[in-house]
Design a protein. Structure first.
Length: 639
């Protein structure tokens, strides 16, 4: 083994040779060296025999040394000085604290603190060499050096000056450790020329050693990929290592810079996919929360509405049952205790103020009760007729005073019942009973006629009770009618509002011609509404439509008759980009039916500059049928 004296004379005078660090290797002996001009930086010198290097390789080697000695490069071991003499090349570089191999050695198992940071520094160093056109040739963990900067360790790619010595001698790769980093199938091949792919593959294997924490036994790429997935390495680091191995083993030439760019693009796409997936997940979560809140709110509102309706209906039925019970008690009392005829002397003066008979008292009592009880009109009329029948059957001389009053009460109550009934509910059977009652003969001396009228009115009362049991309370109708200020519209729409509130029947209108989409807007709006007008005692109710740029019934620019039947169609001409809205109920504004309901598409069919849309009414709530009021003493009375 050559000693210190064999090498000292080869160095310039300002360099002092120190202790031997290693030697007898393929790449020569290594000594510590001191430079007189810079004593603070530890340096080492490597002596390499060049006698076996062919003449054709001297110039490429000199160019390589000159490039690496131009100045410091990121994460590449710096050549301070170099020279040659007597077939010996000497190269001076910085001395580092340790090698990456030492971190992987069995008796020193601790890994570097930040594997990903160290590996990216090695990638940066190799990328610098490849950008200079230099292939390292002998990338392995023993040729990666570590220095300290505070608590962090910094990686440096070393021994790049010589690279693979077999390049310069034309021989096989002799170092067993170097063979472990060769591409599978190329272990025994002649190095021949620099190979960038070999550097990439070797760097990928070094990454495997860093991640797994030990020197790596070579195996297939699939086995390496499986071991990496089972490690604690990040997804980005694993992808970079696999990409280096695959590009290194490829037959296509690659350099480290291209691999890093491909890896960065891959990570950018992955981040974008992750971001998109996160956005979708957040959107789905938000929609789910909104849906849950909406369903909960609808359920709560529905429960409140049903509870109020049931409460009102129960109150109405309770009151009605109380009234019916009172009537039944009165009838039962009269049947069990018929009034006794008073004993009146034929010669008695009927003009004297005598005490009224029991039948007269009963009659006066029933009439007074009818005046005080305005809520149950049919029951009151029936009670009056029965009391009158009892009074007549008693042969009381005072009876002749009452037939006109009985008829007046009957007509008044009948009219009030019919008016209220037609404004709240259309029922042919009940209407027929009331008409029969009105046409019954007025012969107050015929008890049969009186009894027939009473029976007819009793049937009407029963029908009224059946309707009341199935209907909502009147408070709901009054609440809706409180929005109405016009008295005639009050009369017309009372029954319609009642029907709509009880059946909840929506509009269903379908576009069948033209191109449009649903939506809100400020432009052409079509409003479909009820129009009622009185002709004598007859009220006619029809649908009409009106249109206007800004929805305002008082300023409608076009109002036209609009007749409908379910299944029929109707056409609308809207200006370009006309809008409309499909309303299911009418509570948003007084007297509104549906609002028509569409936004015309500019690409739709046009006629005189207008978008032509055609609709079909599938079903909708209708206005009340026409009706007549006869002898109404109070035609504007609300139910």
């Amino acid at each position: 083994m050559p000693d210190l004296a064999d090498y000292a004379h080869l160095l310039p005078a300002d360099l002092t040779l120190g202790e031997r660090l290693q030697g007898t290797g393929v790449y020569g002996d290594v000594f510590r060296v001191e430079q007189a001009s810079s004593s603070s930086i530890p340096l080492v010198v490597r002596f390499i025999s060049t006698k076996d290097i062919g003449d054709q390789y001297h110039e490429p080697l000199a160019q390589r040394l000159e490039l690496l000695s131009r100045g410091a490069m990121p994460h590449v071991s710096h050549i301070v000085r170099y020279g040659s003499q007597d077939n010996l090349l000497w190269v001076i570089t910085d001395q580092y604290r340790s090698r990456l191999w030492d971190k992987l050695h069995p008796h020193e198992p601790a890994l570097v603190a930040d594997v990903e940071r160290i590996f990216l520094q090695m990638v940066s160093g190799l990328e610098t060499l490849h950008d200079l056109g230099i292939s390292h040739g002998d990338m392995r963990s023993k040729n990666v050096f570590l220095s300290a900067r505070g608590e962090n360790e910094i990686a440096w790619v070393g021994d790049a000056a010589i690279g693979c010595f077999s390049w310069w001698t034309g021989s096989k790769i002799l170092e067993n450790d170097s063979l472990r980093y060769a591409i599978p199938g190329q272990e025994a091949s002649s190095a021949g020329k620099p190979d960038f792919n070999h550097d990439l593959y070797a760097l990928g294997l070094i990454g495997c050693e860093l991640v797994l924490g030990h020197s790596f036994d070579r195996s297939s790429l699939e086995a390496i990929d499986k071991q990496l997935k089972n490690s604690n390495a990040s997804y980005a680091l694993r992808q970079l290592i696999v990409l280096l191995l695959r590009r290194g083993a490829s037959k296509e030439p690659y350099r480290c810079g291209a691999v890093r760019s491909a890896w960065q693009d891959q990570m950018a796409r992955q981040r974008q996919r992750s971001t998109n997936m996160l956005r979708v997940a957040l959107a789905v979560m938000l929609l789910s929360i909104i849906s849950l809140v909406w369903v909960e709110w609808l359920t709560h509102q529905t429960n409140l509405s049903l509870e109020a309706q049931l409460r009102d209906q129960l109150d109405a039925q309770t009151k009605l049952a109380d009234k019916v019970g009172e009537l039944e008690d009165q009838v039962r009392h009269l049947r069990q205790n018929p009034p006794q005829e008073p004993s009146v002397s034929p010669a008695a003066d009927t003009t004297n103020n005598t005490e009224p008979s029991e039948a007269q008292k009963r009659w006066q009592e029933v009439v007074q009760k009818a005046e005080n009880n305005a809520s149950d009109k049919t029951a009151t009329a029936s009670d009056i007729w029965k009391a009158y029948a009892e009074l007549k059957s008693s042969s009381d001389p005072k009876v002749s005073m009452f037939p006109g009053e009985v008829r007046g009460w009957s007509d008044s109550l009948r009219d009030r019942i019919m008016n209220d009934f037609y404004r709240t509910r259309r029922d042919d059977r009940l209407a027929r009973l009331l008409n029969d009652y009105a046409r019954a003969p007025w012969d107050h001396n015929a008890k049969e006629a009186v009894d027939a009228r009473i029976d007819t009115l009793d049937q009407a009362r029963d029908e009224w009770q059946l309707w009341a049991d199935k209907s909502f309370s009147k408070s709901e109708v009054y609440e809706q009618l409180s929005l109405i200020t016009n008295q005639s519209e009050n009369e017309i729409l009372a029954g319609w509002l009642k029907d709509l509130s009880s059946t909840k029947q929506p509009w269903n209108i379908r576009l069948i011609q033209g191109e449009a989409e649903e939506g809100w807007g400020k432009y052409r709006v079509v409003r479909i509404y009820v129009d009622g007008h009185q002709q004598g005692n007859r009220y006619n109710n029809t649908w009409k439509e009106e249109t206007h740029h800004e929805y305002n019934p008082k300023n409608a620019s076009n109002t036209m008759p609009f007749a409908w039947e379910p299944g029929q169609t109707f056409g609308l001409s809207l200006e370009q980009n006309g809008y409309a809205y499909n309303a299911n109920m009418i509570y948003n504004a007084p007297f509104d039916g549906a609002l028509a309901l569409w936004k015309a598409n500019a690409a739709g069919k046009t006629q005189n500059g207008l978008s032509v849309l055609k609709f079909q009414i599938l079903n909708c709530p209708g206005p009340p049928s026409p009706y007549e009021i006869e002898n109404s003493s109070d035609p504007t009375r609300s139910p």
